[in-house]
Design a protein around this ligand. Structure first.
Ligand code: NAP
Ligand code: G4F
Length: 356
C-alpha cells in the first residue's frame, strides 16, 4: 500500500487530494497545524476513514518535520502547506517566508538526511510569473511581485537544487488559480459566490471588492489534484504547469455570479468610485474599497499547460461557468442551513424565556 504525507491537509487542495488518494487505495497522513478553532471542517467526511491519519505539526518547526517524516516513512510527500493569501503576505512577509520558503527547505533536508527515497511534490504557483507576458509556460522567466511569490520562488529553486544535486525525485507543480466550494472565504471567487448567496437570501445588500480588472486563469481544484498525483507517477521528475488557458476578469466573475441569481450588473464610475448596480432596479450591488487593493498586483495570468497534456495526459474538465455555479449553489445551501439554524435557535430561546 502506498503511503502519502500531505502538508496543508486542512486546506482546500489538501481536502481534495486526501479524498483522491484514499480512493486510489493510499494510506494518507496529514500534517495538522495547531489552531484555536477546529480546522478539520473540510475533512469532516474522511476523519474516521481507517486509512486517514492526522499528525500535529508545523512547517516552521524543523524538529517536528524530521520526526514526522521519520515516523511515517511516506512514499510520496505533497507539500501544500503555506501562508497562501497573497495580500496577507504583504502584511506578514517574514512569517510567509518562514512557512512558504524555509518550510520547503526543512522538508527537503529531512528527505535527504533521513535517506527517505520519497517522491516530493511542491505546490508552486503562477504568482511566480508576476506580470510576465502571457500565455505563461514552463520556460517563461519569473517576475515575482509579492512576498508570497518571492517565498515560492525560493522554494521552486530549492526543489530544483535538491533534484539536481542529490537526485531526489522532487517536482514543482506550477499551478494557476484553482477554486471550489472548499476555497477559503477571503479569496475572490469564494468571496463573490458567498456574498451573492447572502444577497439572494436577503442577508446583505452589496459586496465590497478591490481590483476588478485583474484577470486570472481559474480552474477547479478537483481537476488539479489529479495533475499533482500524475506528476509523481512519471519515471523522471519534471516541473509542470497546470492551467485551463481560459481567462476571466474579476469584473466578469461578478457579472456571471450575479447572472446566476437573475440580476444583471451594469458598471458606472471609475477607480474607487466605481459601482456595479442592477440594471432593472438600480440597486447598488458592488462597491469598491481601496483596502482590498494590493501594494502591487498581478494583472493577467493565462497558463499554457501543453506539457502536462502531452506528458501526463492531463486536461482540466470543469469550465469556469460550471465552477462558479457549483460554488454558488454550495454557498446558497450553506446560507439556507445557517438561516434555518438561527431560526431554530431563536425559537428555542423564545420557548426557554417563556418557560422561565
Ligand atoms: P489553503 O486552502 O490556504 O491551505 C493552506 C494550508 O496550509 C492549510 O491547511 C493551512 O493550515 C496550512 N498551513 C498554513 N501555515 C502552516 C504551517 N506553518 N505549517 C503547516 N501547515 C500550514 O491553500 P490551497 O488553496 O489549498 O493551496 C495549497 C497550496 O497550493 C498552497 O501552498 C498554495 O500556496 C499553493 N497554490 C494554490 C493555488 C490555488 O489557486 N489554490 C495556486 C497555486 C499554488 P490551517 O489553515 O489549518 O492553519
Ligand atoms: O483570489 P485572490 O486572492 O487570488 P490570487 O492573489 O490570484 O492568489 C491565489 O492564486 C495564486 C495562483 O496564481 C496562488 F498561488 C495563491 O496561493 C492564491 O491561491 O485574488 C485574485 C485577484 C487579485 O488580482 C486581487 O487583487 O482578485 C483581485 N481582487 C479584487 N478584489 C480581490 C478582491 N482579491 C481578494 N482576495 N479579495 C478582494 O476583495
Amino acid at each position: 500500500m502506498n503511503k502519502a504525507f500531505i502538508t496543508g491537509v486542512t486546506g482546500q487542495d489538501g481536502a481534495y487530494l486526501s479524498r483522491f488518494l484514499l480512493e486510489k487505495g493510499y494510506e494518507v497522513h496529514g500534517m495538522q497545524p495547531r489552531c484555536e478553532v477546529d480546522n478539520t471542517e473540510r475533512l469532516a467526511d474522511i476523519l474516521s476513514h481507517p486509512r486517514f491519519f492526522l499528525h500535529a505539526g508545523d512547517l516552521t518547526d524543523g524538529g517536528n518535520v524530521f520526526r514526522l517524516l521519520h515516523e511515517v516513512q511516506p512514499d510520496e510527500i505533497y507539500n501544500l502547506g503555506a501562508q497562501s493569501h497573497v495580500a496577507t503576505s504583504f502584511q506578514i512577509p517574514e512569517q510567509t517566508a518562514n512557512v512558504d520558503a524555509l518550510g520547503v527547505l526543512r522538508l527537503l533536508e529531512a528527505i535527504r538526511t533521513l535517506n527517505l527515497g520519497a517522491k516530493f511534490y511542491q505546490a508552486s504557483s503562477s504568482e511566480l510569473f508576476g506580470n510576465a507576458p502571457a500565455p505563461q509556460h514552463e520556460k517563461t522567466p519569473f517576475q515575482p511581485c509579492s512576498p508570497y511569490a518571492a517565498a515560492k520562488l525560493y522554494a521552486y529553486w530549492m526543489v530544483r537544487t535538491y533534484r539536481e544535486s542529490y537526485g531526489i525525485f522532487a517536482v514543482n507543480g506550477i499551478l494557476f488559480n484553482h477554486e471550489s466550494p472548499l476555497r477559503g472565504e477571503d479569496f475572490v471567487t469564494r468571496k463573490v459566490t458567498k456574498a451573492v448567496a447572502e444577497i439572494y437570501c436577503g442577508l446583505k445588500t452589496h459586496i465590497t471588492l478591490g481590483n476588478l480588472d485583474a484577470v486570472r486563469d481559474w480552474g477547479h481544484a478537483r481537476d488539479y489534484v489529479e495533475g499533482m498525483w500524475l506528476m509523481l507517477q512519471q519515471s523522471e521528475p519534471q516541473d509542470y504547469i497546470l492551467a485551463t488557458g481560459q481567462t476571466h476578469s474579476v469584473r466578469q466573475l461578478v457579472e456571471i455570479a450575479f447572472a446566476e441569481i437573475g440580476r444583471e450588473i451594469v458598471w458606472r464610475g471609475m477607480g474607487p468610485d466605481e459601482v456595479g448596480y442592477e440594471r432593472k432596479t438600480g440597486d447598488i450591488l458592488v462597491k469598491i474599497d481601496p483596502q482590498f487593493y494590493r501594494p502591487n498586483d498581478v494583472h493577467f495570468l493565462c497558463g499554457d499547460a501543453t506539457k502536462a497534456y502531452e506528458d501526463l495526459g492531463w486536461t482540466p474538465k470543469t469550465s469556469f461557468r460550471s465552477l462558479i455555479q457549483e460554488m454558488l449553489h454550495s454557498d446558497l445551501a450553506q446560507v439556507e442551513r445557517s438561516k434555518h439554524m438561527d431560526h431554530l435557535k431563536e425559537k428555542n430561546e423564545r420557548v426557554f424565556r417563556h418557560a422561565a
